[in-house]
Write a protein that binds this ligand. Sequence first.
Ligand code: PHE
Length: 437
Amino acid sequence: MSGLLDRLQSLNEQFREALRDARNADEVNQVHWFFTGYGGPLTKLLTEVAEGESPSERMALRERLLTVKQDLDNTARTLISRVEPGKQLDTRVTAWDPVQQVVSILRSARSEVAQITDELAAEALRTTYLGRKSELRSLLKSIGSLQEDERKAIGSASNDAQQLIADAIGQRQVQLESTRLADIAETEAIDITFPGPPIGRGHVHVLTQVQRQIETVLESLGYQVELGPEVETEWYNFEALNIPPGHPARENWDSFYFTPDLLLRAHTSPVQIRAMQRIKEPPIYIITPGRCYRRDAPEATRLPYFSQVEGLAVDKALTVGDMKGTLLYMIQSLYGEERKVRVRPSYFPFTEPSFEFDVTCGICAGAGCKSCRHKGWLEVGGCGMVHPQVLRNGGIDPEKWNGYAWGFGIERMAMLKHDVDDIRLFYESDLRFLEQF
Ligand code: PHE
């Protein structure tokens, strides 16, 4: 290429040198034709574009030659208009114009190829530029009148152009195909026909589980579930249960008041009265689970809100043995038959006699360990034989009927079952805790 550039450079100088003596349009035309016409040195270069080069290198040479040719044309044209205004530069058909056309066809083909975005367009361009009715084909048909080596130069330019256009289309197709595959890889990575991940289903809260287990066990003994209001009157919460105003035991059940007469119930025991009033005629065998409230600060063993399950049996000639047997059955059904129970004398205004009810510790099986504070026993709640005055308050004749009752904390029972050591965990809604049950 550098040899050719040198030759172009000296041709240019020779051309200007030769033009220096031109006095009129004819002389300019002669010089111009000598250099650029058929057989002239510049045209020779065009017809001889090295055969060993690649199509794209040959194309670059042709473009270079075309620029120089244009330059010579302009110089000659300017000179004519100076020496003999009104005269024109002679134009004759030579290889230059068709080669220039080939070059511009190649240019527009390349820019169109760059813009296509799908396979169909690529095929269409192939037909337009390389098919039998292409511009290049009709160009070749129109050069019959030219000299043979000029026709060859045009033919070779056209062949190179076709080759380059075919290459461009091919490359673009490869590009399009790989973007298409990349798109597919991206969109189809999500298989929309694949079943979605299972929706995590929640489950019943551990306290509800324990409550339902208690209900199931006692229902199997013939007890019915009885519900009462959480907002109670003083009478049901206290007086009816034999706790008159000013009674020191009221302090154990201090709750939250709405009015002097209306409060959040401090235990489920008021439902004993409501059940007796509703059922009227014993035998009565009910349990009553539900939320209770007390004016206590939250700590590891107590909360101002908690749940109890109360039991009440009213029938003929019931004994502490009946009560203890019922509760033993309940405890062993819930915790296993290795558990033992015991009652310790206690005091409640609404039972006589009254007991605290204990279960052997599940961790040390009664031997004594840290979690039962080395007692071997854990307290579940209170129980006792229903006080005759309470039966009377419920509308039951204590001469004909007697009964027993118990009130156990559901949280306490859940803690016993699952060895939980802090009651607050049940209400913190921490899934790491709740999902264990
Ligand atoms: N209501 C008592 C309490 O909340 C428990 C209890 C119920 C005791 C029934 C005896 C009989 O502490």
